[in-house]
Structure formats: C-alpha cells, structure tokens
Design a protein around this ligand. Sequence first.
Ligand code: ZN
Length: 202
Amino acid sequence: MRPAVFAEWSQQFKRVVELAATGKIGEARHAFCQIDGDALKYWFHYTAQYAGSQRTGALASNGSQTTSPVREKRAARTPSKRTCLELLARDNWACRYCGSPLLHGDDFRSLRGKMGETVFPAGRTNLATHGAKFVFLATFDHVLPHSLGGGTDAGNIVSSCHACNFGKDGFTLDELGLDYPAGDRFAPDQRWLRAVHALRTK
Ligand SMILES: [Zn+2]
C-alpha cells in the first residue's frame, strides 16, 4: 500500500527518537532531516487518506459518514489518555495495520520541540505540517467503525498511524478486503521499545 522507501524512513525515525532521548539533539535533527517529510505529506494528503474510498470505489457508501463525525459523539469515540497509553504498550508502539513506529501525542510534541519548528513544522493543515505526523503519530482506530456500532473498548480499538486510520475511514475490514490486524502480526522491536521508554521518562 505504501511506497517501499517508507520502511527506511521508519527505521530512521526510530533512530531519531533514540538519539533525541539520549540528548544527542544535533545528531537527532540531522537524522530527522533524512526523512522526506514532503513525500510523506503529499502521499497522505493526495492518496492515503482516500485509500478506503478508492479501494471500494464507493465514495457515497457509509465511509463518507465518518469524515465529519458528530461532535457530541467524540467523547465516546476517543479513548482516555490512560487507555491510549495502555493500547500503545499492548501494541508495541506500532501501527497494528502497517507496523509503523508510533509515538503518543505528548511524546510526539516533545520530540517536535527538540527538533525545532524549522525542521519539524507543525502547521494547522496537512500540507503545512511535517509528513512524519501521518505515519508516526498515534491514532486509535475502531476496527469495526464507531459509525457502525463498534465499541470504544480495547477489544475493538487498535493503535494506528493516520494513514491507515483515515485511509480505512468508516469501512469495515470485509469491505476493504483487509485481514484483522492481529496483535502478533509484527514482532516487537525491543530497541524501539527502549527508545520510546527513554523518551517518555526523560
Ligand atoms: Zn499504519
């Protein structure tokens, strides 16, 4: 689904976190600049976030309903911060669909602060922000979409990158022809887990 070079950038992002967590900010910044943020954000903006619709060819089906969720439902849709951290730990700080390394929002912002606005811009729109957001900032996906009755409980929620979550949209796995994102699909990367822990506790 995603260009092969993304695997290299995932490894590079892990290295960035490792360096930043040990105070090697200059090296971390240099490593971060090797990730092509423009390629990531254009891929997300023009391709990945519409992947579900393109895959089913059904723009007008239920998938479009969740692109503008009813505001009062947000509280029920979104797990608490504590639950999010538990889900990330359960999922080895990686996207359950694609294996991309993920940071919790607090840690993502902390890393962005260390990298600085120049190399890690944080604009309000997709195209004004660094593309790292769309593959390395954790979101939480309802495997059975919330709009179709899927619950906000650990059994129905998986850690997910933006690209997989928003690409999947309000479609079911069956509609998209996707396998269930099993918890053992990707082996835990112990080095990445140590880097995340070091960043979180620094
Ligand atoms: Zn993903």
